[in-house]
Design a protein around this ligand. Structure first.
Ligand code: ADE
Ligand code: ZN
Length: 324
C-alpha cells in the first residue's frame, strides 16, 4: 500500500515553504550568511521540535527562517522541498510564503519572489511538476501592515495565484483582515485562509462570510458546529487538512483521534497536506501513510482525496484534465 500511495499522483495545497527548511539546510545557510543559530548540531535542532501548541511551533519557525537572506537561499529552500515532493509522487505544489516575516528582517519582497519563482520554473523544466504561489499575511500583526504588503506586491501580482492568512489564530479573527481581503478581491486575486486550526468553528464561517475565501486551510474545528459542517457540505468548499501537523501541535492527541473520518462521513470536501514538513514529521506522502495506518482507508478513498485536491488546485484547466 505504501508503494501504491507513493505512486498515486498527489497534489499539495497547504505548504509553508519556510516550514520545509530541514535542519541540515538551516546549518548550511547559516554558515553561508553568517547567521548564528542557538543550536550546536542538527540533532539539537530536531530535539527542540517538541511543541505544545501552535505558538510554541511558530517561535521556532520564525527563528529558523532567519537564515534565509538572498534569492538564492529561497531558491535552494524551494528546490530541496520540490525535489523531495517529486520523489514522493507529488505532481503539483502550492507554496505559500510569509513576506512580512522577511520584510521585518530587512529582506525585500523581490527576494522571495525571485528565488521561489525561479525554483518553480526549474521544477517544471526538470520534472514537469507544476506549482502555484500563495502570498500569506500574518494575522498576529497589524492589518495595516498586511495592506501595505499587498500594495507593495503590485509588481508581482502576475506571479501570485492567491493570498492567504496564517500565524497565531486565537484572538486574531478573520474579520481583522476584511479590508485587505476586499482589496485582494478587487484586484482579482483568489483568497484562502487558515481557520479552525486552533481557533473555533465560528472563525470558519467568518472567513467564508467576510474574506470570501475559496478554500479553508485546516478547518478541523468545523465539527464543533453542525451548521458550519452543513455549510461546508452544501457548498463543497474544500478544506486543506494537515493531519501530522494537527498531532504535532496538539490540536488532536493522536492520529487515531483525528476528526478526518468524521469529516468524510459528514460529506465535507477534504484534502491531505503537509503544512510544515520539516517540523511535523514528513511531507504529503507521510500524511497519506499516517492516515492509512490510523484508519485503514482503501485505495478508492485515497484516490478520491487526491482527486479532490486536483479539482480545487490553482492550475490551468488543461493541466487539471491531464491529472484527473
Ligand atoms: N505558519 C506556518 N505554519 C502554520 C500553521 N500550521 N498555522 C498557522 N500559521 C502557520
Ligand atoms: Zn498552515
Amino acid at each position: 500500500m505504501k508503494t501504491w500511495l507513493r505512486e498515486l499522483p498527489k497534489v499539495e495545497l497547504h505548504l509553508h515553504i519556510e516550514g520545509s527548511l530541514e535542519p541540515e539546510l538551516m546549518f548550511s545557510l547559516a554558515a553561508r550568511n553568517n547567521v548564528s543559530l542557538p543550536y550546536a548540531t542538527v540533532d539539537e535542532v530536531r530535539a527542540a521540535y517538541d511543541f505544545s501548541d501552535l505558538q510554541s511551533f511558530l517561535n521556532l519557525y520564525y527563528q529558523g527562517m532567519r537564515v534565509l537572506r538572498t534569492d538564492q537561499d529561497f531558491h535552494d529552500l524551494a528546490m530541496a522541498y520540490l525535489e523531495r515532493a517529486q520523489a514522493e509522487g507529488v505532481v503539483h505544489v502550492e507554496l505559500s510564503f510569509d513576506p512580512q516575516a522577511h520584510l521585518s528582517r530587512g529582506v525585500e519582497l523581490a527576494v522571495p519572489f525571485e528565488g521561489l519563482t525561479r525554483a518553480m520554473r526549474d521544477a517544471k523544466r526538470r520534472w514537469g511538476m507544476t506549482s502555484a504561489l500563495i502570498m500569506s499575511f500574518l494575522r498576529d500583526r497589524d492589518a495595516g501592515e498586511a495592506m501595505d504588503v499587498l500594495e507593495k506586491a503590485a509588481p508581482y501580482y502576475e506571479l501570485i495565484d492567491a493570498v492567504g492568512l496564517d500565524s497565531a489564530e486565537m484572538g486574531n479573527p478573520p474579520a481583522k483582515f476584511a479590508a485587505v481581503f476586499e482589496r485582494a478581491k478587487a484586484l482579482g486575486i483568489p483568497r484562502v485562509a487558515h481557520a479552525g486550526e486552533e481557533g473555533p468553528a465560528a472563525y470558519i464561517s467568518e472567513a467564508l462570510d467576510v474574506l470570501d475565501i475559496c478554500r479553508v486551510d485546516h478547518g478541523v474545528a468545523c465539527l464543533e458546529d453542525a451548521e458550519v459542517v452543513a455549510r461546508l457540505r452544501e457548498s463543497q468548499i474544500p478544506l486543506t487538512v494537515c493531519p501530522l501537523s494537527n498531532v504535532r501541535l496538539k490540536v488532536v492527541q493522536a492520529m487515531t483521534d483525528h476528526p478526518l473520518p468524521a469529516m468524510l462521513e459528514q460529506g465535507v470536501k477534504v484534502t491531505l497536506n503537509s503544512d510544515d514538513p520539516a517540523y511535523f514529521g514528513g511531507g504529503v506522502l507521510e500524511n497519506y501513510i499516517a492516515c492509512f495506518e490510523a484508519f485503514d482507508w482503501d485505495r478508492d478513498l485515497f484516490r478520491q482525496l487526491a482527486g479532490n485536491a486536483i479539482e480545487v488546485a490553482f492550475m490551468p484547466e488543461e493541466r487539471r484534465s491531464e491529472l484527473l
